[in-house]
Ligand binder design. Structure first.
Ligand code: AMP
Length: 226
């Protein structure tokens, strides 16, 4: 029984704040940012098989999940805060999230790409109907619809760059960072869809129910961003 329940003596323990993060670029670039915020995991997430990691702060834990699941965990309160790419947030259809701040990490761009040979004689301004392979079905549909272009979208879960090579679709919508993956597969960028970076998101209810504890973590991260 807590001290508060026993006799009303002492402060109630601070609620735990869970931050959802994904492996890969977000954790690689996010951990140095969290370290500047004074939050360090008790073990290396890249080596640990644990999915919930303690940190140096007793009331802050890190939950390691797939990037595309971060909005869902935060939306349903399974995590109070999350770090998610803008691409994932734009593709996510649910509500219940606050996009608190751009963390400026895991920067890249979402692009339409196609084989270099096609690009030499292609003009995106003349498109009236395009077939694209992508995991970003919602973003792609919105992007082309805003330009009055009809779309046939082939949903993939990864390796979009393969689609033009095997005749699945000539064009893809995918993240590009250095451009090396496109180049290695004979593809070139032909249209910009969005600039992408990772954002700190929060569960709307946690922002009210655990206000002080969540705000303390958010303030640390904001201070680390400078
Ligand atoms: P690059 O060869 O550096 O242009 O990287 C392209 C590959 O990395 C593609 O398969 C992308 O899906 C992936 N990628 C690039 N940037 C990111 C990012 N910020 N987050 C997740 N995946 C990325």
């Amino acid at each position: 029984m807590s001290a508060a329940k026993q006799g009303g003596r002492g402060a109630a323990p601070s609620p735990v704040v869970n931050i959802a993060l994904s492996k890969g670029r977000i954790i690689e670039e996010g951990l140095p940012l969290l370290a500047r915020a004074g939050i360090t995991p008790s073990e290396d997430p890249a080596r640990s098989r644990k999915l919930i990691l303690d940190t140096n702060l007793p009331d802050v834990k890190l939950t390691i999940i797939r990037a595309a699941d971060v909005p869902t965990y935060v939306r349903f309160g399974a995590a109070d805060l999350g770090v998610a790419g803008k691409d994932v947030l734009m593709e996510y259809e649910g509500d219940g999230l606050y996009e608190l701040m751009d963390l400026g990490i895991a920067r890249c761009r979402l692009m339409v790409a196609e084989p270099a040979g096609l690009a030499a004689r292609d003009d995106p301004k003349s498109w009236t109907r395009v077939r694209v392979a992508t995991k970003y079905v919602n973003i792609s549909r919105r992007h082309f619809a805003a330009k009055g272009i009809q779309t046939d979208i082939i949903k993939l879960y990864g390796s979009m760059e393969l689609a033009p090579l095997v005749g699945l679709s000539e064009r893809i919508v995918d993240l590009v960072s250095t451009g090396n993956t496109l180049k290695a597969n004979g593809l070139v960028e032909v249209e910009h869809v969005a600039d992408i970076s990772a954002w700190l998101v929060a569960n709307k209810a946690a922002m009210k129910m655990k206000r002080d504890a969540v705000k303390a973590v958010v303030d640390r991260i904001a201070a680390a961003l400078g």
